[in-house]
Design a protein around this ligand. Structure first.
Ligand SMILES: *Cc1c(COP(=O)(O)O)cnc(C)c1O
Length: 394
């Protein structure tokens, strides 16, 4: 018999009932150190007092109206995002997938309005992840996500990740509307795009006019130690997808764009019932007020340095379990030699939570405000988990 919940997830036999900071409490009372943060969502940890206050105060005043009316909380959040980034304008969604949908629509509308409707192809990269809608799976293109769901949304072309020559060649095609990529691949196994490649990509797009879309759903919102990951390379996109961390656990996403890229999106061309409602934006504003702050990001970088150093030692002491550390800021991956699922399970046994990714990697995406003590404790628990998987010779 089919379960009451559509069985599309492989769930661990864990059920959390409360949380505080980087800790989660299981129904049986055990405390778990959370290095997954709801897959890069809980950027300020669990039960953050400022976020809880923002949510409850707004909940007592007004939950939802409609985008038929002005929403001051939405205007305030849009202005914060515009002030902090390359963008001139923002559309709010409930998720990263919906931001992807709009990114693709915006790029196609852009070229249609420029009198070139045949420029509708979006170039994407293998190993990427852009969400589970029809456009999202067509954009990522992996067999695992698309199999059985045909016919796929047409107008996507895929390139091997990290092959600049293939990219320059592909961009010469007359039907290219845009290029979409994650500055740090998340689901694909925590793979950062080198700064030089992002610069080369920006230049290549400028030459042909193709719009550049960055998917910062996972790597954005302070995760890499800058508010957005592309800032490290000193380049800006034309369009950017944001979600996960922006709501700190409340469903919220956003699509940011330059005035030029957004020129086709006039009244009536797009919409969302919930997108950017007062409750979501009250929380989003509180997240931005905490994260878009130089002192906060400096702390992320300092802690990331400690975490990375600790993980390098972990790899060195467990050469049969781990191969390498990779990633950027507090978006870290451990490439495993044993199956990554075994590492996740061994972590559960030590009450530390890590998240699997493709390419046999486990991801560490802790709350950005994780404490130094919790980092020390996390490294200690990971060390114990690894020792169980492959006992180190005394
Ligand atoms: C999670 C993710 C998405 C999809 O976001 P949802 O909120 O699950 O729809 C898109 N792109 C990237 C890079 C992601 O990590």
């Amino acid at each position: 018999m089919i379960p009451a919940i559509l069985p599309t997830y492989n769930r661990a036999p864990l059920s959390f009932v409360s949380g505080e900071g980087s800790w989660l409490v299981e129904a049986d009372g055990r405390r778990f150190l959370d290095l997954g943060a709801g897959i890069a969502v809980n950027v300020l940890g669990h039960a953050h007092p400022g976020l809880t206050r923002a949510l409850t105060e707004q909940a007592q005043a007004l939950w939802h109206t409609s985008n038929l009316y002005q929403i001051p909380q939405q205007e305030a959040l849009a202005q914060k995002l515009v002030d902090a980034t390359f963008a001139d304008t923002v559309f709010f969604t409930n998720s990263g997938t919906e931001a992807c949908e709009l990114a693709v629509k915006m790029a196609r509308k852009y070229w249609t309005d420029k009198g070139q409707p045949d420029r509708h192809v979006v170039l994407a990269f293998t190993g990427s992840f852009h969400g589970r809608s029809s456009a999202g799976i067509a954009a990522a293109g992996s067999e695992k996500m698309t199999s059985g769901f045909g016919p796929l949304l047409p107008g996507f072309r895929h390139l091997p990740f990290g092959d600049h020559d293939a990219l320059t060649e592909a961009l010469k095609a007359p039907d290219i509307a845009a290029v979409i990529l994650e500055p740090v691949q998340g689901e694909g196994g925590i793979v950062p795009v080198p700064d030089q490649c992002l610069k080369g990509l920006r230049d290549a797009c400028d030459e042909t006019g193709a719009l550049l879309i960055f998917d910062e759903v996972q790597c954005g919102m302070g995760r890499t130690g800058k508010l957005f990951a592309h800032e490290w390379a000193g380049v800006t996109p034309d369009i950017m997808m944001v979600a996960k961390g922006i709501g700190g656990g409340f469903p919220l996403g956003a699509l940011l764009a330059t005035e030029d890229a957004a020129c086709g999106m006039t009244a009536g061309t797009h919409g969302s019932t919930y997108g950017g409602n007062p409750l979501a934006c009250a929380v989003g504003n509180a997240v931005m007020d905490n994260v878009a702050d130089e002192a906060f990001l400096a702390e992320v970088n300092r802690k990331a340095g400690r975490m990375r150093q600790g993980l390098e030692s972990l790899v060195a002491s467990h050469p049969d379990v781990f191969e390498a550390v990779r990633g950027s800021g507090l978006m870290l991956g451990l490439k495993c030699k044993v199956p990554n699922g075994d590492v996740v399970s061994a972590g559960f046994a030590q009450q530390v939570i890590v998240v699997p990714a493709a390419d046999n990697v486990v991801r560490l995406l802790p709350a950005l405000n994780i404490t130094d003590d919790d980092i020390t404790e996390a490294l200690d628990r990971l060390d114990k988990a690894a020792a169980v998987l492959a006992p180190v010779d005394a």
